[in-house]
Design a protein around this ligand. Structure first.
Ligand code: NI
Length: 245
């Protein structure tokens, strides 16, 4: 069920029965020459919508923009500052709380969003807001990490991973027609985090972080998407069982 397709009357009916909503969030940022700029929100949206379908939960429109400051050295990246991202998450959460939603679950496709989202939740709680606000990052769930390790071993890396690129390849095969296919060296570099956009480009010149995105296939994508959906459902179920204070 997609929020964007309902009338307010239908939202009222939903709220008479349920108190949960899923919101996909991602980023608009470089994913190396091999992956799509939209990778993080495309994956999060697809997983959230499938979870919503299987658990019969409402899914809000996707927030595509995220906190991607360290990727600004690469063309096409669009970032929100951490402060703005935190404010956007606060405003979305507050709007949904105002209507009676009580379990607000962000389904996340981008690591840079985690700290500013949690910052928003901390601020909302400090302001006395009631309800459960949480963020589930599909790519960090144990079963997904295990599958990635099984499929790509030490070539999964940390950014522009063959896992996320596989999912987008499965969902949007046409977008990959002109992407490169050549293999490059995979290095596991040591660095301090965070990095500025200049430092990031110096350490990771083509935007990959220890990954081999050329290993991505549609077949793996289907497999990883299913595992990510299943693992996310398990996490969402925990939130559904959690008593409200
Ligand atoms: Ni990504």
């Amino acid at each position: 069920m997609l929020l964007e397709n309902l009338s307010y009357v239908e939202v009222e009916s939903y709220l008479a029965e349920k108190d949960t909503i899923l919101i996909p969030i991602g980023s608009v940022e470089q994913h190396s020459p091999y992956g799509l700029i939209g990778t993080d929100f495309i994956t999060a949206e697809s997983i959230a919508r499938e979870v919503g379908k299987r658990l019969d939960l409402l899914v809000a429109p996707t927030l595509p923009y995220g906190m991607s400051q360290h990727h600004m050295g690469f063309s096409g990246t669009v970032t929100l500052s951490p402060e703005t991202f935190t404010k956007v998450i606060k405003d979305i959460t507050t709007s949904l709380l105002d209507h009676g939603f009580k379990r607000i679950i962000y389904i996340n496709g981008h690591g840079g969003n985690i700290n500013p989202a949690k910052n928003a939740f901390d601020q909302l709680k400090y302001e006395g807001k009631k309800g459960i606000f949480t963020i589930i990052s599909w790519f960090l769930l144990g079963d997904v990490l295990n599958l990635a390790k099984e499929l790509f071993e030490d070539k999964e890396g940390h950014h522009a991973t063959p896992s996320e690129v596989s999912i987008t390849k499965y969902l949007r095969p046409d977008a990959f027609k002109n992407k490169p296919k050549n293999e490059k060296e995979v290095e596991d570099k040591e660095f301090y985090w965070p990095l500025s956009k200049e430092e990031f480009k110096k350490v990771f010149p083509d935007g990959r972080m220890g990954s081999a995105p050329w290993l991505a296939t549609e077949k793996y994508g289907k497999l990883i998407l299913e595992e990510a959906t299943r693992a996310t459902i398990a996490e969402v179920r925990k939130v559904l069982k959690m008593p409200l204070v």
